[in-house]
Design a protein around this ligand. Structure first.
Ligand code: C2O
Ligand code: CU
Ligand code: CU
Length: 466
């Protein structure tokens, strides 16, 4: 049944926007402009890539009569693209010019806990810090960065703070293909151009805006000559993207943590919040990248999803491209020496005619001062992740990448059909996954639901790696 947890979770009080706030109509922003490439930053000095990143308010004139204050990295929404090679060291001089404490979390990178930008390492307003990230061999993949302070992560993300990070390898079998980057984010704008705070439904289901943007643009136009490699990020706070490429072909070649062993023909694909993919696209003619309706069992009374066009493209057929039969080898990490269990649940109660929800892991809300699990660096582990709730939740783990080895749904066990490295994976209600992983570094690492409003209300726990 639905009951309040014995002990009310010690989570920060929730700020709520007025219910009658008028919004800008969903077709108010211009569409059809050429896709802007993500702006790349960094100065190379041998194997060190140095860059400066500042988080600060930044005002943009979106329409003649509408100004919006975003919170941005280096004045751009999304933030600049950080692109490095395996073996590089990133030295990032970060400055916080926001009115509240923040961190920069390097989502997916296997870095030491004190460089990971988790809630234990806040940067106060007006302060600077250096992040030093060594990118090991085998880390080539598609990552991103975003704030992760205790309490204010939802606000900092919905005001625009997020950016892309790519790690490349010298022996990339797809290096000859031209590449485009589609960083998908969500934006809600009030009629006056301000970015409104979350409402009650957002705190239950996660926040979605009336605009779904690609590289900060509404329905941009792409040009594709011959085959291209696309990297796609779901950087939305809570929106699931059931993606379909209408009018062209695509193949899945990579996930969060880099390439698959072989390309796989792709129809539709559900990209959960925080997941990334690499695909190879080809075709000719007019093409649309669509987000189809996806039912993730919402609790609030938001209207049902409709199909959306995320981007339009004009494809022209080039010379036939034969992808290599093998993209790389993914070694199984070996026999597991330890197991962990993660159970997502939510409880709901009525208070003064208002729904009140609690989002929990293993029956508890997040506590910064409690280690929920203990692991040993270098040891292979099996993590059993169970969704014992009424809605989908994307599971994310810091500090390492994992391999899904088995899925169980409705009593049926299905072995995962291919090997892939991920740091985020979706769980449907009543689904159970088995993950294999190994932490390279000691330290305290987060595990949480990546619907950011759920994470902020306590659906997060931490593992102490020694
Ligand atoms: Cu992308 Cu702990 O987060
Ligand atoms: Cu992360
Ligand atoms: Cu969740």
């Amino acid at each position: 049944g639905h009951a309040m947890p014995e002990q009310a979770p010690a989570q920060p009080a929730l700020r709520i926007a007025p219910a009658d706030l008028p919004l800008l109509p969903a077709d108010a922003l211009p569409t059809g402009q050429p896709l802007l490439p993500l702006h790349r930053i960094g100065e190379r000095d041998g194997a060190v890539l140095r860059l400066a990143l500042t988080a600060a308010p930044h005002t943009v004139q979106l329409l003649p009569s509408v100004k919006t204050e975003f919170w941005s990295y280096n004045g751009s929404t999304p933030g600049p693209l950080i692109e490095a090679m395996e073996g590089d060291t990133l030295e990032i001089r970060f400055r916080n010019d926001l009115p509240q404490a923040t961190t920069v979390h390097w989502h997916g990178l296997p870095v030491p806990a004190d460089q990971d930008g988790g809630p234990h390492h806040p940067v106060a307003p007006g302060e600077e810090r250096l992040y030093r990230l060594e990118l090991p061999k085998g880390s080539a993949g598609t990552y991103w960065y975003h704030p992760h302070p205790h309490g204010d992560t939802p606000e900092q993300v919905f005001r625009g703070l997020a950016g892309a990070l790519i790690v490349r390898t010298a022996d990339d079998p797809l290096a000859a293909l031209p590449e485009q980057h589609l960083f998908i984010s969500d934006l809600r704008l009030a009629a006056d151009g301000s970015i409104p705070f979350n409402n009650v439904d957002d705190w239950m289901d996660g926040r979605e805006g009336q605009f779904v943007l690609v590289n900060g643009q509404l329905q941009p136009q792409l040009t594709v000559n011959g085959a291209q490699r696309w990297r796609i990020w779901n950087a939305c706070s809570a929106r699931y993207l059931r993606l379909k490429l209408a009018g062209a072909q695509w193949q899945l070649v990579g996930t969060d943590g880099g390439l698959l062993e072989q390309a796989r023909p792709l129809g539709e694909l559900v990209l959960a919040p925080a997941e990334r993919i690499e695909v190879v696209v080809s075709g000719s003619g007019a093409v649309r990248l669509l987000a189809l309706p996806y039912d993730r069992q919402k609790m609030g009374d938001a209207p049902p999803e409709r199909e959306r066009v995320l981007a339009r493209a004009t494809f022209s057929a080039g010379p036939r491209v034969q992808l290599p039969a093998r993209l790389r080898s993914i070694a199984d990490p070996g026999l597991a020496r330890a197991t962990k269990r993660v159970v997502f649940s939510e409880t709901m109660s009525m208070e003064n005619g208002q729904h009140s929800m609690a989002f929990l892991i293993n029956g508890k809300a997040y506590d910064m001062n409690r280690a929920d699990w203990h692991s040993k660096a270098g040891e292979v582990e099996l993590w059993e992740v169970i969704n014992d709730s009424h809605m989908d939740h994307p599971f994310h783990l810091h500090g390492t990448q994992f391999m899904v080895v088995e899925r169980k749904r409705g009593g049926k066990v299905v072995r995962e059909p291919f090997k892939a490295w991920r740091d985020t994976v979706n769980l449907r209600p009543n689904e159970r996954l088995l993950l294999k992983l190994r932490f390279p570094h000691p330290g305290m690492y987060m595990a949480h639901c990546h619907i950011i409003e759920h994470e902020a209300q306590g659906m997060m726990a931490q593992v102490q790696v020694s």
